[in-house]
Design a protein around this ligand. Structure first.
Ligand SMILES: C[S@@+](CC[C@H](N)C(=O)[O-])C[C@H]1O[C@@H](n2cnc3c(N)ncnc32)[C@H](O)[C@@H]1O
Length: 314
């Protein structure tokens, strides 16, 4: 499916950022203030105007540091967990390597923390004053992320435990079965007045206040029709996050978008979406998933029968 030769021309036409609609609320990457000489550190990999969906290809820190300040309502980040270090796991009853890719290799505690500080700082700059950020992680990365958030002055709002009801067994039998991930939710800084759709969350929880333990299964096979990303998140988890902390029309950014689960959920919920990743194969997968979601949503909104009846009444 993916292209391994990165020098070959992508199938999807690359547009230049100069074509962006630079409205007051828009997120854009400045071409004027580039600190990289003539070399553009990014390209627009895919763009759809209605609903607004953009995929940017490049290093997320470089792109974010060139982007407009205070322009994003909410960020969901699923960064490298730094766990691809030769370990083993179990998939479909078989022993498999846990390695996800080069991007997920640990560079050591200090370098990993430096990276977390850098990308979180870049995210904080583009968040609107009352915007919030959600970051997922396991024990391999989440303590560093939480500490970096404290160092940068984010206002930590909640630590959500995502419980997986059917985790793979622990093959070594020397540990408890890993069955959770943590998702930290934080406001831009101490002053920010974050949005929380409290009543909707209570309604989802049968009229009781929603707690911080959420149960969702791993992505189902219909979320992988075009192939899968090695660390793909379930759409339901992203829908919950988006519904809890944004309103219709808000701009959602995913700085490590992978297969764009965040984008799929954003489209379904009428939010704008910008995703960033440096791996072309993952962006290809994203485009397929995003196009399918847009098409399915349009066919639900404008079923052929109603289009036929509109034509008949003209
Ligand atoms: C944990 S995965 C995200 C998976 C995603 N949540 C999904 O549901 O498909 C992290 C992604 O970040 C990308 N990535 C890692 N470091 C990056 C960087 N510095 N700049 C851009 N993308 C990066 C990887 O290519 C990978 O696809």
């Amino acid at each position: 499916m993916g292209r391994t030769n990165t020098s070959s021309k992508p199938k999807i036409k690359i547009k230049h950022l100069g074509k962006y609609n630079r409205g007051a609320d828009d997120f854009y990457v400045s071409e004027e203030s580039t600190s990289y000489g003539n070399k553009k550190p990014y390209s627009v990999f895919y763009e759809n105007q209605e609903p607004l969906v953009r995929l940017l290809k490049g290093d997320t820190i470089e792109i974010l540091n060139q982007s407009r300040e205070n322009s994003v309502d909410m960020i969901f980040a699923d960064p490298p967990y730094f766990l691809s270090n030769g370990g083993i796991s179990c998939h479909a009853g078989k022993m498999v390597s846990v390695n996800k890719g080069k991007w997920d290799k640990s560079k050591g505690v200090e370098e990993n923390h430096k990276f977390n500080l850098e990308w979180l700082k870049a995210c904080q700059r583009v968040l609107k004053p009352n915007g919030t950020i959600w970051v997922s992680g396991t024990q391999h990365v989440i303590f560093s992320v939480g500490y970096a958030m404290q160092e940068l002055g984010f206002k930590i709002l909640n630590d959500i435990t995502w419980e997986k009801p059917n985790p793979p067994p622990n093959l070594s039998c020397r540990y408890f079965t890993h069955s959770t991930e943590t998702v930290l939710w934080a406001g831009k800084n101490a002053k920010s007045k974050h949005l929380f759709n409290y009543a909707l969350m209570r309604e989802f929880n049968g009229g009781k206040q929603m707690k911080t333990v959420w149960k969702f299964t791993s992505p189902s096979s219909n979320e992988k029709t075009f192939g899968k990303h090695p660390t793909q998140k379930p759409v339901e988890l992203l829908q919950r996050i988006i519904q809890a902390s944004t309103k219709m029309g808000d701009l959602v950014l995913d700085p490590f978008c992978g297969s764009s689960t965040t984008g799929v959920a954003s489209i379904l919920l009428d939010r704008k979406y910008v995703g960033i990743d440096f791996e072309e194969d993952y962006l290809d997968l994203s485009v397929k998933r995003l196009k399918k979601t847009v098409a399915e949503k349009e066919s639900r909104l404008f079923p052929t029968t109603s289009i036929a009846s509109i034509k008949a009444s003209e």
